[in-house]
Design a protein around this ligand. Structure first.
Ligand code: PLP
Length: 437
């Protein structure tokens, strides 16, 4: 961005090809649903800046809480020490979470919240003298993050191909990807038959299985795949029957994204472990949290130091991130957040009803504030050549949308107005002319 140095340190951007992708756009400030670029352009952030921004950019209450906390206590080691704002966050989260999740472990982001959950699940059995119960079952099309453990439980994809031999082996069960049903059924005439693959796996191998990990109701990076509520309910029932822990990765789905505070709540499902991040701080600062039940926690309580959970990151429980998270929950308490969410849902429903029969659209789906169109592409998948063409088109129209290959999705900040959201849909409708060209 700035020039003049003889030997500049060039920044390497995530998920960006150095020569095939366009240069990053410098952003000067952001407010509400808008990002304002240095060159005077503005963009509607229709993907909440990688699914983190909840109430809108630069929400003043969250900004103020961080500033105030920074003047008081910016950081303290979280082993052997604690601080007020972390305790307050635990209290506030207590009110929002299922009653069965009683223990909170902090980490840095979504991937580390997942890593912590996987390690807790494996050590849970290890501490109880069952080290053979160490395998994880994950779903097809899953995405749980980019660290090595999180990649292992994610689906095999172009994201993980280079590391295949390094990842730990995982057992795979079907996902309820209804428009491409893995068992050839139609949703209107099925009994969630896809869940049988999980049941069969556990029937044969439950003695080796520590946990099943799922993205509840919505698989994000795998293509914004919306599952029937009954699928999650069946998973809970099966994991209980075969005594495998259930890890709900709510990193994306938490904090209202799917229409309720947590996706598990919609299905009436209580997991053994839950991962939170992204919207936890309203999208201001990185923070991860892994929640556990008393049963899980108690397996770490025997008077034997070897039973300690030996996991921690330098910034665990960072006070600034905790202050942002407390302020985020305060916004939920004092502003009509769920009315905003319902308003987004209404627009999604109206617009998808019109778009679903468009010849370029293979499937239209939504849950809560998230809507997705799976477009008919000759080369479906993340590396579809449609993606860069659509991405550029959207930016030219002043909208940040970042299709997952041939899946265009909208995942807006809750502050987006009806008019702004309608505009996003108009741009998407216009872009459908690019499909098949
Ligand atoms: N889990 C899910 C369901 C996600 O969608 C993501 C990121 O998109 C992650 C975990 C990883 O989170 P992070 O990018 O904060 O490491």
């Amino acid at each position: 961005m700035r020039s003049g140095l003889k030997n500049p340190l060039s920044i390497w951007h995530p998920y960006t090809h150095p020569t095939l992708d366009p240069a990053p756009i410098p952003i000067r400030r952001a407010e509400g649903a808008y990002l304002y670029a240095e060159d005077g352009r503005r963009f509607i952030d229709a993907i909440s800046s990688w699914w983190v921004t909840l109430h809108g950019h630069a929400h003043p209450r969250i900004a103020a809480a961080i500033a105030e906390q920074a003047r008081k206590l910016e950081q303290v080691i979280y082993a052997g020490f604690t601080h007020e704002v972390a305790e307050e966050l635990a209290e506030r989260l207590r009110e929002a979470l299922p009653a069965s999740l009683t223990h909170l472990f902090f980490s840095d982001d979504g991937s580390t919240a997942v890593e912590a959950a996987l390690k807790m699940a494996v050590q849970f059995w290890h501490n109880q003298g069952q080290p053979q119960k160490r395998r994880i079952i994950a779903l097809e099309h899953a995405y749980h993050g980019d660290t090595v453990g999180a990649m292992s439980v994610s689906a095999e994809s172009s994201f993980t191909a280079a590391f295949r031999e390094l990842l730990f082996p995982v057992l795979r069960a079907h996902s309820a990807y209804c428009c491409r049903c893995p068992v050839g059924k139609r949703r209107d005439a099925c009994s969630i038959d896809c869940a049988e693959s999980l049941e069969q796996l556990l029937e044969r191998r439950s003695g080796e299985v520590a946990a099943v990990i799922v993205e509840p109701l919505l698989q994000g990076a795998g293509g914004m795949i919306v599952h029937p509520v009954e699928f999650l309910q069946r998973i809970r029932e099966i994991t209980r029957r075969y005594d495998a822990l259930l890890i709900a990765d709510e990193v994306l789905t938490g904090f209202g994204r799917c229409g309720r505070m947590f996706a598990c709540e919609i299905a009436g499902v209580e997991p053994d472990l839950m991962c939170l991040s992204k919207g936890l701080t309203g999208g201001f600062l990185p923070l991860g949290a892994t929640l556990a039940t008393p049963r899980v926690f108690e397996a770490f309580c025997a008077p034997d130091r070897r039973h300690t959970f030996f996991h921690g990151h330098s910034y665990t429980g960072n006070p600034l991130a905790c202050a942002a998270a407390v302020a985020n929950l305060e916004v939920f308490r004092t502003e009509p957040v769920f009315e905003r969410i319902a308003a987004i849902e209404r627009v999604h429903r109206e617009r998808l009803a019109r778009l679903k029969d468009h010849p370029a659209v293979g499937d239209a789906r939504m849950i809560g504030t998230v809507a997705a169109l799976e477009l008919r592409a000759e080369d479906p998948g993340y590396l579809s050549t449609l993606k860069p063409r659509l991405y550029d088109f959207y930016l030219q129209k002043g909208v940040l949308l970042r299709p997952l290959g041939n899946v265009v999705y909208i995942l807006p900040p809750y502050a987006i107005t009806r008019g702004e959201l309608q505009y996003v849909y108009e741009v998407i409708e216009e872009s459908l002319a690019l499909v098949g060209r």
